[in-house]
Ligand binder design. Structure first.
Ligand code: GTP
Ligand code: MG
Length: 367
C-alpha cells in the first residue's frame, strides 16, 4: 500500500515536470539538430562539460580547426601570388625601387586592382624613402597591415534584429546565391534563430526546388508559389508568413536573370518595395553575392546592383577556386561596402563571417 502511494506521488511529480522538460527539449532541438555528431558519438556527463577551462579549450580548438580549413581552402591564392611575394623577398637585404615595382606588379596581377595597389605603394614608397621601412620582412608586414586596413570598412555590423529581420539576396546567375542562403540559414539556426526562406526566384522551377531541398535538409521552412509566378508576390507572402509565424530572420532568394523582356533590376526594386510595405524598415540587409573567380567583372556587377537596390553587404563566394584572392581587396576598396561573408567551399561550414585579420593571416600563412 505504502509502495503504491509512493509510486503514485512520484508519478504525479514526473507528470508535473514533463511540460517543462518538453519545453526544454524544444528549445534544445535546434542545437541537437546541428550538433548531433559530436554529442551522439561521445555523450558526456553534464558536470564534465561545465568547466570554463574546458569550454575555453574547446572554443580554442574549434577556432584553430576553422582557421586551418580557411588556410587550406585559400591554398590557390596562397600558392599563387603570396608565394611569389615570398620568392621575391627571400634573400634580399634591402628594399630597392626594383623590388617595389615587382611587388606592385604581382599584386595587380592578383586582381587587387590597379588604383588600389598604386595607393598602397605610394604609402610604402614614402615609408621606404623616409627610412621607416628598411628590410624586406618589415615590408611584408607593412603590406599585410595596409591590406587589413583597407579591408576594414567602417560599417555597422549586421544585428539580425528587429524581428522579422529581412535579408534580400541578389546577384547574377550562378554566383552562389541559393547555396549561400542555405549555409547562412544553417548558421543562424545553429545560433538558435527562427529562420524562414522565401523562394522569390521564380524564373525557373528548378530554382524553387533547389531552395526547398536545402530547406528540408537544414530543417528550415520555405515559402514558395508555383513556377512563373510574380517574384514580388512570393516576397509578399513570405513577409506575411514571417509576421504570422513570429520568425526572427527571413532570407529572400532572387533570380540571377529573367526573361529578356523583364529587367532584373526593376524586378528587384519591386521586390524591395513590396517587402518594405509589409515590414517596416525592411529589407534590413541587401546582400549582393559575387563570384570571386570572375575577377574584376564582379566589381561592375556590384556597382550595378548597388545603384539599383542599395547594397549593404557583400558575400564573396568561390574563393577556394581562385588564385587571385586579391579581388577581395579590390572589391572592398572600390565599393566601400563591407564583405559580410566569404564562401570557401561547398560544405555547410564553408560560409565564413569575414574577418580581415584572419583572412589576411590565412593567405599569408607560411604553410
Ligand atoms: N567551390 C565553391 N563552390 C560554390 C561556393 N558557393 C557556391 N558554389 C557553387 O556554385 C554553384 C552555383 O550555386 P547556386 O547557389 O546555385 O547559384 P545561384 O546564384 O543561386 O544561381 P542561379 O539561381 O542560377 O542564379 C553551385 O554548384 C554551388 O555549389 C563556394 O564558396 N565555393
Ligand atoms: Mg539560385
Amino acid at each position: 500500500m505504502f509502495k503504491k502511494w509512493i509510486k503514485k506521488k512520484v508519478g504525479q511529480k514526473e507528470e508535473l515536470k514533463r511540460p517543462h522538460s518538453q519545453e526544454l527539449a524544444k528549445q534544445t532541438e535546434t542545437k541537437e539538430l546541428v550538433d548531433n555528431s559530436s554529442s551522439r558519438k561521445s555523450p558526456k556527463a553534464p558536470d564534465q562539460s561545465d568547466s570554463i577551462q574546458e569550454k575555453g579549450l574547446k572554443a580554442g580548438t574549434q577556432r584553430f580547426g576553422l582557421f586551418k580549413r580557411l588556410k587550406k581552402q585559400m591554398e590557390k591564392t596562397r600558392g599563387g601570388f603570396v608565394r611569389q611575394i615570398d620568392q621575391l623577398l627571400i634573400g634580399r637585404q634591402e628594399i630597392d625601387s626594383e623590388l617595389l615595382d615587382e611587388l606592385e606588379e604581382l599584386l595587380i596581377m592578383a586582381d587587387m586592382g590597379v588604383t588600389t595597389v598604386q595607393n598602397i605603394f605610394e604609402k610604402l614608397r614614402l615609408e621606404v624613402k623616409k627610412k621607416d621601412l628598411r628590410d624586406p620582412l618589415a615590408l611584408k608586414k607593412r603590406l599585410k597591415e595596409q591590406i587589413i586596413n583597407l579591408l576594414k570598412v567602417p560599417s555597422a555590423p549586421i544585428t539580425w534584429t528587429p524581428s522579422p529581420f529581412v535579408a534580400l539576396v541578389a546577384g547574377v546567375n550562378g554566383v552562389g546565391k541559393t547555396t549561400t542562403i542555405a549555409k547562412l540559414a544553417y548558421r543562424l539556426k545553429q545560433e538558435g534563430k527562427k529562420v524562414l526562406l522565401v523562394a522569390a526566384d521564380t524564373f525557373r522551377a528548378a530554382a524553387v526546388e533547389q531552395l526547398e531541398t536545402w530547406g528540408r535538409r537544414i530543417d528550415v521552412p520555405v515559402i514558395k508559389k508555383g513556377g512563373g509566378s510574380d517574384p514580388s508576390s512570393v516576397a509578399f507572402d513570405g513577409m506575411e508568413a514571417a509576421i504570422k509565424r513570429e520568425i526572427d530572420i527571413v532570407i529572400v532568394d532572387t533570380a540571377g536573370r529573367l526573361h529578356t523582356k523583364v529587367n532584373l533590376m526593376e524586378e528587384l526594386k519591386k521586390i524591395k518595395r513590396v517587402i518594405s510595405k509589409k515590414v517596416k524598415a525592411a529589407p534590413h540587409e541587401v546582400l549582393i553575392v559575387l563570384d570571386a573567380t570572375t575577377g574584376q567583372n564582379a566589381i561592375s556587377q556590384a556597382k550595378l546592383f548597388s545603384e539599383a537596390v542599395g547594397v549593404t553587404g557583400i558575400v564573396l563566394t568561390k574563393l577556394d577556386g581562385t588564385a587571385k584572392g586579391g579581388i577581395v581587396v579590390s572589391i572592398v576598396d572600390q565599393m566601400q561596402v563591407p564583405i559580410r561573408f566569404i564562401g570557401i567551399g561547398e560544405k555547410m561550414d564553408d560560409l565564413r563571417k569575414f574577418d580581415p585579420e584572419e583572412f589576411v593571416e590565412a593567405i599569408f600563412a607560411e604553410s
